[in-house]
Design a protein around this ligand. Structure first.
Ligand code: ADP
Ligand code: ZN
Ligand code: ZN
Length: 747
């Protein structure tokens, strides 16, 4: 076959490229790596990306198909982002096509043009003001006037949804002659706006020291070159003002004419924090949140790629947003588990962000009150520079910790009497109280009082959770539901009791106990409606004394100035977790939840209920704080050569019968052993296969094989030659299997 061959990455789980000849009429100079093409595949057409251009193909010429058309004239992604995607695919041992699917907005995957929709701006006319009589009965139009008021040079049409505006509203205003359209070119000739909408806070001594280091490495504010790779770990206790450091570092980046990318954890999207970015800067801020539709997401992506957006904020997948002039990456709450995708392409956005900063030669700022052991290890090795904020900003002081020994004490809905008493005192002083429970629902178990039978999920090795409104049993692992049993299926007894307490039960008890104060529950069940969280946050912000009962959702990022007591109902789970990360997780969670207390003028108190008040981990945590735990745990990991002192990958398999998953892993294990021998890979240990901690989930049996290596490069060499063999394995189609590089969950 003569003529160029396109090797195309297609959305397919297979780790390979597919060969096509160039579309009819395409000249060699029209072809580029990174360009999208439409190709025939089976009896349909797919959109793929050209990964390589070659002169030859192993496919015999009569079988080689011709690509239908080139979708892009130029490569879709900037060169560095293309490199980032290919690196990600290789690092996580995932197909390039599928990796690109994770990285690109849906519409681009479907072949939509990657061009801004219109180069059109909306601007207020001179006669427009928010109290204009023509909009007195039109709240949306009034809101639009307020939003456009913040953009004296016009708001790009592509960005209107970011401000909650619709085209219809703007067109109505246009007819009333309060709004006009102008063209983009006009925009560029206008006077530059001042960068800041409001003055920064005066940094305190520690913030100033941290900023001095960052700004120094970022270089002078007027230079045009990216300033080189630098990684900082900003370790700041909760409430120490990390966000202010981010804002001032971003200001510097914007003054260099560059863009900032800010990654936040999934439930960290607090409207308060986001508002602080918009409030501070006049540049367009785009927020990639789950409420965007596909078109809005693509618009935001294009605004970032073309350099129109100054600040891009988003969760995990935003790490793949192309930037015209990258200057700074920030990863807030870098320890957060939501940066790790747990299915498909199992990537860690924080780690990719660090690699990206390296590639694009920018600074990266990782912030947390409870840094991951991985990042602390990188500080020890000199890869990251540590910046510390040890004091709370403003006048806030750190909360006081106290463990409440609940051995042989009576509990009502999981709450001990001294705890309820303490809550009463805080409430009567006009303060708010936060109760943290790590389980939603009414009770984690339904038990027969006569014979001890427990309601279990029919599809998982797990117990059903009792929910009360509406009343049903719910499996939190596979989401199956059924009615609450009325009779014990084993002994026919009728005395079935919910055992233990979840958020619903604590709420019920507290509402009946504190009749003078509202009790607000915040968990996935009460927050499923779109505006629920915002409504709730407004209520909390009003400062009225109340009880907040909630799960992890309450633990992250929020600033509750009137909460003075935080109660942690059950700290014991993490003390005997099977996962080697258990203690780290528990210490992070307790510290984060506790960090919600006393964040303003009022001092805070933290009460931790436990059956193990003498446990060294709890003592260390309450007396010496997270840093002490982190140090201990790092030493323990080093002693047992666990990550970050070694490198692991987890091969998981699941099947309808347990034996099949096991057999697949047994044979995979033998293949790996042979590869290690024949290729001389040393320092590799294969542990397993073993059944997963929850062997049966959603009706499938699960098993796993752990691969541990002393050197990352050796681990990757093994995976690289092993996985293609696994794809060809005779059982590969009967079991569902996956590889997880740097797994964070061991089940
Ligand atoms: P963190 O993200 O570290 O938990 P925040 O950035 O949310 O902390 O800051 C906590 C509070 O302290 C916020 O209300 C913030 O406005 C305030 N704050 C931060 N820095 C300063 C400062 N330099 N002076 C006064 N108040 C500050
Ligand atoms: Zn029974
Ligand atoms: Zn289940």
């Amino acid at each position: 076959m003569s003529g160029p061959i396109l090797q195309v990455a297609l959305p397919s789980p297979l780790r390979r490229l597919f060969d096509y000849s160039a579309p009819t009429g395409a000249r060699v100079e029209d072809l580029h790596v990174g360009q999208r093409v439409r190709v025939p595949f089976g009896n349909r057409q797919l959109v793929g990306v050209v990964a390589r251009i070659s002169d030859t193909s192993e496919v015999p010429s009569e079988k080689l198909k011709r690509a239908v058309e080139l979708i892009d004239l130029e490569p879709l992604l900037p060169e560095t982002l293309w490199q980032l995607c290919t690196w990600t695919a290789a690092y996580y041992q995932h197909g390039l096509g599928d990796t690109l699917s994770s990285a690109l907005p849906v519409l681009l995957r479907q072949g939509e043009a990657a061009l801004a929709r219109q180069d059109m701006l909306w601007q207020l006319t001179t006669g427009a003001y928010a109290e204009h009589p023509a909009v007195s009965r039109a709240p949306k139009q009034k809101q639009a006037i307020l939003a456009l008021g913040k953009h004296p040079h016009g708001l790009s049409h592509a960005l209107i949804s970011q401000w909650g505006l619709s085209r219809d509203t703007l067109e109505l205003l246009e007819r009333k002659k309060l709004v006009q359209r102008i063209s983009q070119s006009h925009h560029h000739t206008s006077e530059p706006l001042p960068l800041l909408r409001e003055a920064p806070l005066t940094a305190n001594i520690e913030q100033a020291a941290a900023l001095a280091q960052i700004l120094q490495s970022m270089g002078a504010s007027d230079k045009s070159e990216a300033s080189g790779f630098n990684a900082w770990l900003l370790e700041g206790v909760t409430g120490s003002g990390k966000t202010e450091v981010y804002l001032q570092a971003i200001e510097h980046c914007l003054r260099q004419g560059r863009q900032a990318l800010v990654l936040i954890p999934e439930i960290g999207l607090t409207p308060q924090t986001l508002e602080r970015f918009r409030q501070r800067f006049t540049v367009p801020v785009v927020i990639l949140h789950s409420g965007l539709n596909d078109r809005e997401r693509l618009d935001a992506w294009i605004a970032a790629r073309d350099g129109e957006a100054g600040i891009i904020i988003g969760t995990r997948s935003a790490v793949f947003t192309p930037l015209a002039r990258p200057g700074l990456i920030i990863v807030d709450e870098e320890h957060d588990l939501s940066y790790k995708q747990q299915e498909g392409l199992r990537y860690n956005a924080r780690d990719i962000a660090v690699y990206r900063a390296n590639l694009e030669k920018t600074g990266i700022l990782l912030g947390s009150a409870t840094p991951s052991l991985e990042s602390l290890h990188n500080v020890q090795r000199g890869r990251y520079q540590r910046l510390s904020l040890t004091q709370r900003a403003g006048n806030a002081s750190p909360p006081r910790f106290q463990c409440l020994d609940i051995r042989s004490r009576p509990l009502d809905a999981g709450l001990s009497r001294p705890l309820v008493q303490a809550m009463g005192e805080h409430l009567r002083q006009g303060n708010q109280v936060l109760v943290f429970i790590n389980r939603r629902g009414f009770a984690p178990t339904l038990m027969c009082h006569d014979c001890g039978w427990i309601a279990e999920c029919k599809r998982c090795d797990a117990r059903m959770t009792v929910h009360q409104s509406p009343a049903h049993l719910h499996c939190h692992h596979c989401a199956s539901q059924r009615a609450i049993d009325r009779k014990c299926p084993k002994c026919n007894g009728e005395d079935l009791r919910p055992l233990g307490a979840g958020t619903e039960r604590a709420e019920e008890y507290l509402a009946s106990h504190f009749t003078d104060f509202p009790v607000l529950r915040i968990d996935r069940d009460t927050m499923s409606r779109k505006q629920a969280m915002q409504t709730m946050l407004r209520r909390i912000q009003s400062g009225e004394p109340c009880v907040l009962v909630g799960t992890q959702m309450l633990a992250k990022g929020h600033h509750f100035p009137d909460v003075t007591l935080v109660a942690i109902l059950d700290a014991d789970g993490g003390l005997f977790s099977a996962d080697f990360r258990g203690p780290e997780r528990m210490a992070q969670l307790i510290t984060q939840v506790a960090g919600r207390a006393g964040r303003a003028e009022k001092p805070g108190q933290v009460l931790i209920q436990t059956h193990m008040a003498e446990h060294p981990l709890l003592i260390d945590l309450t007396e010496h704080g997270y840093a002490a735990i982190a140090e201990r745990e790092l030493a323990a990991r080093q002693a047992s050569q666990l990550p970050p002192y070694s490198f692991i990958a987890l091969l998981r398999a699941e099947a309808n019968v347990a034996a099949l998953a096991n057999q697949f892993l047994e044979e995979a294990c033998e293949q790996a052993e042979q590869l290690c021998e024949s290729s001389g890979f040393t320092g590799i240990e294969l542990l397993g296969p073993v059944p997963s901690p929850m062997e049966r989930r959603a009706g499938r049996f699960r098993a796993q094989l752990l691969i541990q290596a002393g050197q990352r490069s050796v681990l990757h060499q093994l995976l690289h030659s092993w996985l293609p063999q696994l794809e060809q394995h005779h059982l590969a189609r009967k079991v569902r299997w996956s590889i997880d590089v740097d797994p964070l969950d061991m089940f």
